[in-house]
Design a protein around this ligand. Structure first.
Ligand SMILES: Nc1ccn([C@@H]2O[C@H](COP(=O)(O)OP(=O)(O)OP(=O)(O)O)[C@@H](O)[C@H]2O)c(=O)n1
Ligand SMILES: C[C@](O)(CO)[C@H](O)COP(=O)(O)O
Length: 260
């Protein structure tokens, strides 16, 4: 199966409140979108990547990603064995849409015809370990039509409407990315929801929910705490801390945090 990623990076990052669009905001001196791409490629299971970008920042994102595809496996897996003849992974940018859903749709439209397994991943989940990507792909290869990585919910949870109703958190999971799909299923799910993509109030917050709306069963695999979404300044500070912890004190080569 040929595996492609739609890496969503076209958002503005209004909740982060940085002068740059979120994907270009640095953590440990490296733009978030580059962290995300490096870790996707470190999984070794990705054949091509389409990145959704804000139109006015396209060249800046392209600069941030330069070299990742061509030397992808070399640059992200520092082991000597991996420094051989790994094939180049093409990485292309397309301008995203007004919502995440519209951006994913634009990314899907730009995929090569021979792709049959699609991952959709948030650049904002910049530190997602390659092992999560590999788990998601494995589950789709094993026959699942839609796969999401999840983590347990650790707070108590209530539903607030007329009153406050406690919810049993034992059955709840927080959903991360990358989410993985049989390409035909995801194309169909986006086509069915196209009318809702233009407006934040009606657009889907993720891709698995579009599949659920079609009655497609969704399989879960283990996510990872490092796959948290950089949404606020506090999340960015956590990313900086984690990167500082995985950096060699002096000289030496970097390991990507989360990669075994
Ligand atoms: N029109 C959009 C909106 C979001 N995204 C991407 O979808 C991911 C998840 O979105 P979110 O974290 O909400 O990013 P922003 O929309 O940039 O953040 P905010 O809602 O705070 O403005 C991000 O990687 C973001 O770049 C996108 O590609 N196109
Ligand atoms: C796709 C996602 O990351 C899954 O948890 C999430 O729904 C994105 O939400 P956002 O509001 O666009 O950040």
């Amino acid at each position: 199966m040929r595996v492609a990623v739609v890496l969503t990076a076209a958002g503005s990052g209004s909740r982060l409140g940085h002068a740059l669009p979120k994907a270009l905001v640095p953590a440990g001196g490296v733009p978030l979108v580059r962290h995300a791409l490096d870790r996707l490629l470190s999984s070794g299971v990705v054949d091509e990547v389409v990145v959704t970008v804000p139109g006015e920042h396209r060249s800046a994102v392209e600069d941030a990603l330069a070299g990742a595809g061509g030397g992808a496996h070399r640059s992200v897996d520092t082991s000597e064995e991996a420094a051989g003849d790994a094939p180049a992974v093409p990485v292309r940018c397309v301008v995203g849409g007004a919502t995440r859903q519209a951006s994913v749709a634009a990314g899907l439209a730009a995929l090569s015809p021979d792709v049959d397994l699609v991952l959709v991943h948030d650049a904002a989940r910049a530190l997602t370990p390659g092992a999560v990507t590999a788990r998601v792909v494995e589950a789709v290869r094993a026959g699942a039509s839609a796969v999401v990585p999840v983590v347990p919910v650790t707070d108590s949870v209530v539903q607030v409407d007329d009153g406050v109703t406690p919810v049993d958190r034992a059955t709840l999971r927080a959903v991360q990315t990358p989410q993985g799909f049989d390409r035909r299923v995801l194309d169909e799910a986006h086509a069915a929801a196209r009318g809702r993509a233009g407006d934040e109030s009606s657009a889907a917050t993720d891709d698995a929910s579009l599949c659920v709306a079609l009655g497609v069963p969704v399989t879960v695999v283990d996510g990872h705490p490092d796959a948290f979404k950089v949404t606020t300044g506090q999340d960015l500070a956590l990313a900086e801390l984690l990167l500082a912890g995985s950096r060699p004190a002096r000289g030496g080569r970097h390991r990507l945090r989360g990669d075994a």
